[in-house]
Structures are given as C-alpha cells and as structure tokens.
Design a binder for this molecule. Sequence first.
Ligand SMILES: [Zn+2]
Length: 239
Amino acid sequence: MRPELETLVKLQGIDLEIRKLNGQKAECPGRLDALKEQVADKQAELEQLNERLTEINKHKVEIEDEVEMENARLSKSQQKLTSIKTDREYQALLKEIEEIKRANKSREDEILSTMEEVQSLSETIKTMEKELKAATREMEAEEKKVKGIQEELDSKISTLAKEREKIAKGVRPDLLSQYNFLKDKRAGLVISTVTAGVCNGCHMNIPPQLYNDLLRDEKIYTCPTCQRIIYVDMEKEKA
Ligand SMILES: [Zn+2]
C-alpha cells in the first residue's frame, strides 16, 4: 500500500471513531426526552384535576347558598301558615312548603355526592403529586447522567480531533480534499479494499485494466462506480 494511502486509512479510522462517538452522543438524550415527556404529561393531568376540583367546590358553594336561601323562604312560609284564613290558601301554602323541603332534600343529596367526589379527587391529586415528584427526580437524575456521559464523549472526541489534525497535515492536499468531499456521502467509508476484482465499498466489478493498475500500486485510484479511493489488500488477495 502506498504510504500516503496508509496515512489516509489511519485518518479514516479516527474519523470513524469520531463518527461513532457522535452517534452515541446523539442517542444519549433518548431516555431523558421520554422522562421529560412523562413529567410534562403528569403536570398537565394534575392541572386538569385541580381545575376540576375548583369547579366542584364552586358548584358545592352554589348549592349551599341555594339551600340557605330556600331555608329562609321555608321559615317565612311556615310563619305565614299561622296567619292564613282560608283552607284553600292554607293547602296551597302547605304544598309550597312540601315542595321547598323536597327540593332542598335533593340539594342536600347533591352536596353529599359532591363532597364524596371532592374526597376521591383530592386523593387522586395527592397520588398524582407523589408520582410527579418521583418522575421529576428520575428526570433530574437522568439529566445529570446524560450530561456526564456527554462530557466524557466530548472529551474523547476533542482528543481524537487533535490527533486527526496532526495526521491530516501529512496527507496530500488534493487527496485530503477528495477524502473530505466523499466522507459524508459515503457514511465515513471513503477508502475501500478491492478483493478479486470487486470493490468492497460498492460490491461492483473493477474494469480489468484498472485492476491490473491497482495491483502495480504505482498511484492512487478510485472506484469508477462509487468514487471511493481503492487499493488491493495483498494479504487478502493472496488468500
Ligand atoms: Zn466502489
């Protein structure tokens, strides 16, 4: 293998490592994002439950006010009973009193069921608050962990980047720019071996003349199909 190619293979090795580390870095927040979403969902649910609780309490106060008003009306009507002259008026008033009592009885029932709902809703809210606290703690712990891992990866990447810079200086500029140009297009694999006349980058046949040139190893060639820089791995070729 030509020495400039050897340097380039070394450079590719480092780039692939950097690529791998960057991939790991990108994957890091995956679980954290899920936990953040969980916390946001719980917060929204809790907010809704609290709104419902406020609504029910407000409704309860309204019915209680109604009961109070109707009770005042009731005692007025009951007082009036004593001063009534005709039987017809008396019967009508009695009927009215019964109606007020019946309506208030159903209001009292509603207040009771409202109180039960407040009770059960308050318990649900308490549970939800505990869950939210736990989810928040878990999220914060994950956040810390992710930050640690990312810092570690960053430091590895920066060490590799420095090493890369040194090696890149030893590569012929035209070769380096060709390599850089293809790097992202070929998922980091720019330099490929050729085995038995086939490019291992794209698995296509190399024209026989080019293959003969490659075997002579006098200069650097590229694959006519995938444009990767190619060379023959003599060890493999003999095998
Ligand atoms: Zn190829």
